[in-house]
Design a protein around this ligand. Structure first.
Ligand code: PLP
Length: 355
């Protein structure tokens, strides 16, 4: 990225030398993304991240999907870039129907099937949840959607790099990614599109990205995204090692503090641990852990004195007081045994003190 920032100043849409050099950088990055998820170069549209990629899929279905279809089905645990966006589409006349998940956060396929009909335009089910890590039955859901003649969007932002992700195997029409979840830069991502699925962007302009996304490409960011994808292909995360570390930590926390995991450890992302420490205020735990170099996230946020519970925790039926005791712990590819021991010691001490 530094090299591109210093030397790659050409505009990839220009036909002169520096422009062509910038175009080559884009092509190389596109190849790395396409190789990682087994699709063609023409199926990758670079965006400013996961939010824009999800939006591009929703707008594509809205603007170019079959005119007689009106229903959009979304799971109750989608990221706001889908759940909030579809609320907006109701103002444009779309009927939005939510589909429940079970208490571990997995899509209820029977309920999903019940909601599908020949007027269904689009379904959106994420590949893995960002708060509790549960992996969704995407192949089955996409097949059901296609049987009903509906398009299918999968938010793959949180899953990439942590479980195998293959566009042809999973079989969706739209699949979104964000570079910063795989050690790439922030502010860049992509939407991968099945051949033949409609593409339409409401932002008109220079028609870059094969007409799929107008605006001069973020060449340094895309170079970083491509490199992150390349690194994932040649040096993937050791999922089993990370899963074992995570399960060890979950076991220690459970035994020593009475904490309980939320989500599905067996069918979840290997690096994600959602956990409830009964009786412990998650915000206080976060702040105390932060001072000791342990960076966690909570399942509720306090805005102007009011506590807002995460819709995901609500969707899996977690009791409101437990949602305020919920903490998400994420491991990285380089997390070591010593890191986990340190995290456990900080958490045990802090939980005891706060109680
Ligand atoms: N989808 C999921 C599941 C996410 O976790 C995120 C970000 O954390 C996004 C979408 C949005 O991605 P971005 O911040 O790159 O727009």
């Amino acid at each position: 990225m530094q090299q591109v920032l210093q030397n790659g100043w050409g505009n990839p849409s220009s036909g002169h030398g520096p422009g062509l050099a910038a175009r080559e950088i884009l092509d190389g990055a596109r190849k790395s993304v396409a190789r990682l998820i087994q699709c063609d170069l023409s199926q990758v549209i670079f965006t400013s991240g996961g939010t824009e990629a999800n939006g591009l899929a929703l707008w594509s279905a809205h603007l170019k999907g079959p005119a007689h279809k009106n229903r959009i089905i979304v799971s109750t645990i989608e990221h706001p870039s889908v759940s909030e966006a579809v609320t907006f589409f109701t103002r444009l006349g779309r009927e939005v129907v939510t589909c429940p998940v079970d208490d571990k956060g997995a899509l209820d396929l029977k309920q999903f099937e019940k909601r599908l009909d020949d007027r269904t335009l689009l379904c959106a089910v994420m590949l893995a949840n960002n708060e509790i890590g549960t992996i969704q039955p995407i192949q089955e859901a996409a097949a059901l959607a296609h049987q009903a003649g509906a398009l299918f969007l999968t938010d793959g932002v949180q899953a990439l790099g942590k479980i195998p992700v293959s566009l042809p195997e999973l079989g969706m029409d739209y699949l979104s990614f964000s570079a910063h979840k795989i050690y790439g830069p922030k502010g860049v991502g992509c939407l991968c599109i099945r051949r033949g699925a409609p593409v339409a962007n409401p932002l008109k302009g220079g028609g870059q990205e094969g007409g799929g996304r107008s605006g001069t490409e973020n060449v340094p960011g895309i170079a970083g995204f491509g490199e992150a994808c390349h690194q994932l292909s040649v040096n993937p995360m050791d999922h089993e090692r990370i899963r074992m570390l995570r399960d060890g930590l979950a076991g220690t926390l459970q035994k020593e503090t009475g904490a309980f995991p939320v989500g599905d450890l067996d069918n979840g992302l290997p690096n994600t641990l959602g956990v409830v420490f009964p009786g412990v205020d998650a915000q206080a735990l976060l702040m105390s852990a932060n001072r000791q170099g342990l960076y966690l996230s909570a399942g509720s946020a306090c805005h102007s004195g009011k506590t807002k519970i995460s819709p995901v925790l609500h969707a899996i039926g977690l009791r409101a007081e437990h949602a305020q005791n919920f903490v998400r712990i994420s491991l990285g590819a380089a997390t070591s045994e010593q890191d986990i021991q340190y995290a456990a010691s900080v958490l045990l001490e802090t939980v005891q003190r706060l109680r």
